[in-house]
Design a protein around this ligand. Sequence first.
Ligand code: ATP
Length: 317
Amino acid sequence: MSYFSVSHVSKSYDNRLALSDFSLDLNQGEFLSIVGASGSGKSTLLRIMAGLEIQDEGQVFLNGEEVLNPKHKLVSGYDEIKLIHQDFHLFPNSTVEENIARPLLQFDKEYAKFRVEKLLSLLGLKTFKDRYPRQLSGGQQQKVAIAKALSVEPELLLLDEPFSSLDTIQTQKLIHELKDLFLELGTTVVFVTHDLDDALRLTDNLLILQKGKTVQSGTSQVLCENPKSKYVARLFSPINLIPDRFNSYIRPSNVKLRSKGPLMGHVVDSRYLVHFNSLQIKLKNGGEIWEVDDPLRKFKIGDRVYLNWDEEKVMTL
Ligand SMILES: Nc1ncnc2c1ncn2[C@@H]1O[C@H](COP(=O)(O)OP(=O)(O)OP(=O)(O)O)[C@@H](O)[C@H]1O
């Protein structure tokens, strides 16, 4: 059996299915991102993984032991499994240091001191250790919440949209720091998000959840290059339907603009994006609009273009 395993878990609320026959296996130290739209069942799944929610069917195992839900365990939850939410759950009248030390009250004092110092240092929080949560930015508060969760050395860390109250720059910086931290500590991590970009930055392994079911899982590269459905394909970028071919699509980045080619069109809009101009091209026959990347920023509105692509990049969905 794998280190962490979710086996055939289902859950309904008032006859509405939130999770359907969901299974998952993770090795120790592995990171996984679960990506799903709002209402796809992400939070329900994490709460079941943490032993905080009663599932209708299925089981969860960590390191060979069953994770019991509140129906079977008097005090719900486990020290080995920590769930972190977007709202930080910090003690407002305790300093950063006290917040991180709080879960360690029952531990040996020397160990607690050592652990708190290590986490303050690993998360770059040393200079803030005497401040109160209200004196910190959102990103710093989230780091304290993560340090607090890591203080008891959990075996499994479950992150429920932990960056949703942070801005893009704060999120990218924190993800970068956390990745190194989790690797160093060897923690097994499940991160749920609706934001594919955040998931790609934190992990190589993805699972796409839709209406309580896994629609595809694998590495980011496999999911981007070989999506099994339009839903998965569109998470990575828009897709263009190739006319007169059965369910064949091409990504904007895989279209080449040449002076000759199988499809002709005119540029009807051009947007300046960081790495390329994003063109809207109206096809001559049929009048459909394609989205195409112009990395050399060569084309202007009104230009006539011919669209080419490599057959191996065509996705049949
Ligand atoms: N306590 C509850 N009672 C009734 N229905 C619930 C409850 N919790 C969740 N649901 C329903 O279960 C489904 C899954 O909800 P869940 O919160 O797990 O999704 P999510 O992917 O985490 O959504 P979000 O990203 O918006 O937080 C939704 O349809 C939701 O309305």
